[in-house]
Design a binder for this molecule. Structure first.
Ligand code: FAD
Length: 485
């Protein structure tokens, strides 16, 4: 038992709420829950694994009674420090609640628990000719609850939208322990859209305990292409040109030379090692339309200097092309001791100038920068490669990261496209929101009754007991090779 009397009492009450075998409190057990996919560390007082909404409500009541914060957590793949218990307290891990409760193919909906893994839902839906569209690259591990909390995107967000467009309703445990539904099983519910407000709230307003999602039909035909370019500039120009032609591919992903080399070193999917960048583009729909769209995409890429556009001949070839994309970030572990993964978004038409800016800035700072991102959405993921053992390097990486974020904002974009704000980006919120905007967001927390009780020190730049966010807080937000999937 913990030596501290207050923590001992907290653990005893948590064990009563969820069962002794579902509560962790020994320091050696807490280590695994000190981090997410960043390398920031924060130790909770206890970790608890509830089995149902009633247990979650009881856990919330215990945390409130003991006056400690509560932080919801899924698989811990978040890239913004959102699932860290930065002020200690209770980490409520939702992975035991992983059942698919209902698959209603006729109405194209599924009701699931929040700990269901994204890919498990897709696999189950596929048995009915359906799919759940949001497909983060971490989909083999991340939970739907985490996807909802961060409003996750993925390669197929371009045509289908992000998580908020596919969640019809959520059952949540509110900070006062009440269990309620926001939204429901229909596309719309009367009154204000509280479901929409909740998606992207990063565990600050409540804990998701059940979800009703929208499923879509798997299209009869798909064409996957790899367009090969000499430069990132040319590939960036092709992105908006494809859409200007009137085609909205379901996915349009860019991988630059650094990523191509890393992927080929680790898994050999056949990306060309002499390319400056490739675009992985997919169109889907009825067979005749797909062939016509693919022809337009090929023409637009060639008009922008693509030296070759390869079309996947069969499903195996398509899967191989996607395998390189999905494992691309992890492959960086083979070529760099550390890398800092950024997430910014810019208007698609600004891609060429912003990408030029990203590469120029990286060169000026003396870092290699690998880019793998959702180009069609203008959602950048520069990965700054470095070695944290070199003195002073970490601070320069953070300075560079800040300048890249500023570049995105100045281009009319934003500080996150899909990973959320979490702990990492809260100091940047003042760049895009006024003091009044931020005060309004704070009032939403108050209205939900959470204040700083649920997931403190996240999203907003200030917070009771957290102080003003500052750059040193981000010092350790540096992705470590090895944690990736
Ligand atoms: C290699 C790699 C690739 C990635 N690719 C993508 C990508 O393409 N697109 C993308 O959007 N993200 C991506 N991510 C980031 C991450 O996978 C997503 O943010 C994902 O949604 C996090 O899910 P999780 O279950 O791991 O949540 P966690 O990391 O455990 O938590 C994330 C946030 O959700 C909150 N939360 C978790 N569960 C609940 C719940 N039940 N109720 C309320 N709040 C909850 C937490 O408090 C936290 O704020 C990637 C990460 C990695 C490591």
């Amino acid at each position: 038992m913990p030596t501290n009397a207050a923590t001992r009492a907290l653990v005893r009450d948590l064990e009563r709420a969820a069962g002794r075998e579902h509560v962790l409190h020994h320091p050696e057990d807490l280590v695994g829950f000190e981090y997410d996919a960043t390398i920031e560390r924060a130790t909770p007082d206890a970790v608890v694994f509830p089995e149902n909404a009633e247990e979650v409500a009881a856990i919330v009541e215990v945390a409130r009674r003991h006056d400690v914060p509560i932080v919801p957590r899924g698989s811990g793949t978040g890239l913004a420090g959102g699932a860290l218990a930065v002020r200690g307290g209770v980490l409520c891990v939702m992975t035991r609640m992983n059942r698919i409760l209902e698959m209603d193919a006729a109405n194209r909906i599924a009701v699931i628990e929040p700990g269901v893994i994204n890919l498990a839902l897709q696999d189950e839906a596929a048995k009915h000719g359906l799919t759940y569209a949001p497909d983060p690259s971490s989909q083999r591990v991340c939970t739907i609850g985490g996807n909802i909390a961060t409003n996750s995107g993925g390669p197929h967000t371009l045509a289908h939208g992000s998580t908020v467009n596919h969640v019809l309703g959520v059952e949540v445990v509110l900070p006062d322990g009440r269990i309620t539904w926001l939204g429901g099983r229909q596309l719309d519910t009367p009154g204000p859209d509280l479901r929409g407000l909740f998606v992207g709230s990063e565990g600050t307003l409540g804990i998701v305990t059940k979800v009703c999602v929208r499923l879509i039909r798997i299209q009869p035909a798909v064409r996957t292409m790899l367009a090969i370019f000499k430069t990132v500039d040319a590939a960036s120009a092709a992105v908006s040109d494809v859409i200007r032609q009137g085609v909205i591919p379901v996915a349009m992903e860019m991988l630059d030379h650094e990523i191509i080399v890393a992927v080929e070193q680790t898994m050999h999917v056949g990306y060309p090692l002499d390319a400056g960048a490739v675009l992985l583009i997919e169109v889907e729909g009825m067979r005749e339309a797909v062939e016509a769209d693919a022809a337009l995409v090929v023409a637009a890429c060639e008009a922008n200097g693509a030296r070759e556009v390869r079309l996947a001949d069969d499903e195996a070839e398509r899967e191989q092309l996607w395998e390189g994309r999905k494992a691309g970030i992890g492959a960086l572990g083979a070529v760099s001791p550390n890398f800092y993964l950024l997430d910014g978004v810019v208007p698609r038409t600004k891609l060429p100038e912003v990408m030029r800016g990203v590469l120029d800035l990286s060169e000026r700072y003396g870092f290699r920068c690998a880019n793998i991102f959702h180009a069609g959405d203008g959602n950048l993921h520069p990965n700054i490669m470095f070695d944290e053992l070199e003195p002073g390097t970490t601070q320069r990486v953070l300075d560079l990261g800040g300048e890249i974020m500023r570049l995105c904002v100045d281009a009319g974009g934003s500080i996150t496209g899909e990973h959320g704000v979490g702990l990492e980006k809260r100091s940047y919120m003042e760049w895009i929101f006024s003091a009044d905007d931020l005060a309004a967001m704070e009032r939403v927390r108050v209205a939900f009754g959470s204040g700083e009780f649920f997931n403190p020190c996240k999203i907003l730049p200030t917070g009771h007991g957290c102080g003003q966010a500052h750059e040193s807080e981000m010092r350790r937000h540096l992705a470590t090779p090895g944690v990736y999937v």
